[in-house]
Each structure stands twice: as C-alpha cells, then as structure tokens.
Design a protein around this ligand. Structure first.
Ligand SMILES: Cc1cc2nc3c(=O)[nH]c(=O)nc-3n(C[C@H](O)[C@H](O)[C@H](O)COP(=O)(O)O)c2cc1C
Length: 352
C-alpha cells in the first residue's frame, strides 16, 4: 500500500484517494466522510457566491479536523450576446412546449469566475482550507502568491501536457491529470483546444516532462483502477462518479437510479448543456439538441437554459434532458456510504 509518497505525507493523507469536487453534487457530509476515512474529501464551490462557499466550508470544518480540498472555476466568462441568446432560447422552445412550458425570455448570467473575484479570494484567505484546486485554468499570479503565502496547497487540472506545463510554471503544488473518460466538465483552459487524451496517454505524456506530483482522474471506480494509475507514476487518484451514488452526495433520486441502470453504460461529451464540454449519461439533449451546437451560447449562461428545460421536463416526470454528469465507467457505480466505499477501495488496492 503506497502510503509514503511525498504528496500523501505533505497533505497528511492515509490513502491515495481524493473524492473529486463536484459542484452541486459534493456536500460537506460527503467530503467529511472521505477525509475522516483517510482520503481527501473535496467541495466543488465554483458555482456559488463567497458567502455560500464560506458557509459550506464552515459546515465541513464542523464535520472533520482532517485535510480537505476546495475547488474553484477559473473560466474566462464568455461575454453575454443578447441576440444569440434570444435565438438559442427560441431554438429550444419546441422542447419546452412538449412539456407545456415556455422557454425563458433571457438567460441568467450564471456564476462568477474565480478570476478577479476578490470576495472569494478574501474568503479563502480567511477560512484557509488546507487544499484549493482549480478547474478551467489558473488564477492570476497575485492570487496564487496570496494563497501560497497563507500555506494553502494548490492543485490545477490539466487535460494536456501544455496545460500541465502552465500549472507547473505558475508555481502550483500538484497537477490533476484529467483523462477524456472523466465525468463532468473537461478542465480545458480554452474550450477550443481539446486534446481528447484518455488518461493513460495523458499520464504517459506527463511522465518525464513534469516534476510536480500527479493526481490521476477520469473513469477510475475501484481499487484496481487506482493501483493501475499509481503504477503509472501518479501519486493519488481522484474519483468523482464513484462517489455520486453515496447517500451523502446531493444527487437527486433520478440521477442515482440512472447511475445504477443500464443507461450508465452510455456517456458522451457535449457542450450543449452549459456552453463548455462535459461528459454525462446520454439522453435526448445529446441526441436531439446537440446537432444545433453551432448556435449555442457561451458558458456559463447556456447552463440556465438547460436547467430550465430539465426542470420543465422533470415537472412532467421526464429526466431525458438532465445534465447527469458521469464518467465512462459509471456503470461500475456502487451505492455505498462513503466510509464503506473508502474501506472497499482500500481493500481492493491492497488486494492488487
Ligand atoms: C457530477 C460531477 C460534477 C463535477 N464537478 C466538478 C467541479 O465542480 N470541479 C472540478 O474540478 N471537477 C468537477 N468534476 C470533474 C471531476 O473533478 C473529475 O475530473 C471526474 O469526476 C473524474 O472522472 P470520474 O467521474 O470518471 O471519476 C465533476 C464531475 C462530476 C461527475
């Protein structure tokens, strides 16, 4: 059992297992259960205000005295484009009509990026979570310096060697290597620069070219998967989909049911839900709306249209338009309490 690598000792972890931050799905209870079991629990707070994030961090601190990770989104927000947004909502209207609903007349601007978000930075410097990780790019040099000065361990998500090099050059402490198998949003710095690299190939490209410790993520569900990436040189594994079925997650019942059904065998990447590419279980949005991708509006404003359509459909009992994010191995989901899942993963790693 590899309990002696530099990343684990630096973070004070017993096991090389990180529960992925999952905005809207991770909870303080889930993160605390994982941290208390010797892994690193995470909260995805990229989609909330500084006040809500502070509240969540405080709840988590009540539940664990072990290290944990807070995740932020560093996207460059796409500018609002009213004519394009109006046209997009008009495009979606026939699907709303199917559920006796009307498409909203305008899109919501969504949530703020961490870039230039002084309130969020101040909150992090005050709350001082042990670890902060970034998705969709990197914060500016001053924010990185301030967080490091506060003793916070920083990780950035890379989907290519170029992004990993940028994270290393920016002085962060570790790299999360995200393979194309991963559930949820691709961590792409620039959504137009898709490498499409699967995890094994990405790890191979980073090997020898990157000095920072690497956390492997994407399609990992059990101890054998984790042992596999450790053997490839990763210092730890980050699992997202594997933890969605835990009772401590915020996933609604329909999401859980799908993960444990044959539907979980089919996932795909599309930007159609939010404006940025993300992997989820295939449904009517992938089949019927994705062909209109060229008309799509930007991230994160497009998300409000997809959420409104899902809400209208769900009100009539349909979950065919839901952004149910899931990795390619979702069909191997296990509905276990997080502490039991952790014990299981540790046993399986030891068996390898
Ligand atoms: C429901 C869900 C939400 C996610 N939200 C975030 C997020 O807020 N921040 C982030 O860095 N990654 C997020 N991810 C991606 C994970 O960090 C990770 O890359 C992915 O879960 C790994 O693939 P797996 O789901 O097959 O384990 C999310 C993934 C899922 C499944």
């Amino acid at each position: 059992m590899p309990t002696n690598n530099a990343l684990l000792s630096r973070l004070g972890l017993q096991y090389p297992i990180i529960q992925a931050p999952m905005a809207g799905t991770s909870t303080p209870a889930l993160a605390a259960a994982v941290s208390n079991a010797g892994g690193l629990g995470s909260l995805g707070l990229g989609n909330v205000s500084a006040e809500v994030a502070r509240e969540q961090i405080r709840q988590l601190k009540q539940l664990t005295d072990k290290p944990f990770n807070i995740n932020m989104f560093c996207h460059k927000p796409d500018p609002m484009d009213i004519p394009r947004e109006t046209a997009w909502l008009k495009r979606l209207q026939p699907w709303f009509a199917e559920f006796d609903a009307t498409a909203p007349t305008k899109l919501d601007a969504g949530y703020d990026s961490f870039l230039g978000n002084q309130a969020m930075l101040d909150m992090l410097l005050e709350e001082r979570p042990p670890v902060v990780s970034f998705h969709f790019g990197l914060p500016d040099t001053q924010a990185i310096a301030a967080l490091k000065q506060a003793g916070i361990f920083l990780m950035g998500c890379a989907t290519s060697l170029a992004e990993a090099r940028a994270i290393e050059a920016a002085g962060l402490d570790a790299i999360i290597a995200q393979g194309y198998e991963a559930g949820g949003h691709r961590g792409l710095f620039d959504p137009q620069q898709e490498s499409g690299l699967e995890l094994q190939e990405l790890l191979a490209q980073l090997h020898g070219n990157i000095k920072l410790p690497i956390v492997a993520t994407g399609g990992l569900m059990d101890g054998a998967d984790i042992a596999g990436v450790l053997a490839q040189g990763a210092s730890a594994a980050q699992l997202g989909t594997a933890f969605i079925s835990c009772p401590e997650s915020a996933a609604p019942a329909a999401y859980r049911e799908r993960l444990l059904s044959p539907a979980a065998q089919h996932t795909g990447v599309t930007a159609i839900f939010s404006g940025r590419p993300a992997r989820g279980m295939l449904n009517r949005s992938h089949r019927e709306i994705a062909p209109y991708s060229s008309e799509l509006t930007g991230y994160p404003q497009a998300y409000s249209a997809a959420k409104a359509l899902h809400a209208a459909a769900a009100a009539k009992g349909s979950h065919d338009f839901a952004p149910y994010w899931a990795g390619t191995s979702a069909h191997r989901s296990r509905a276990l309490p997080a502490a039991e899942l952790m014990a299981c993963l540790v046993r399986e790693i030891q068996q390898v």
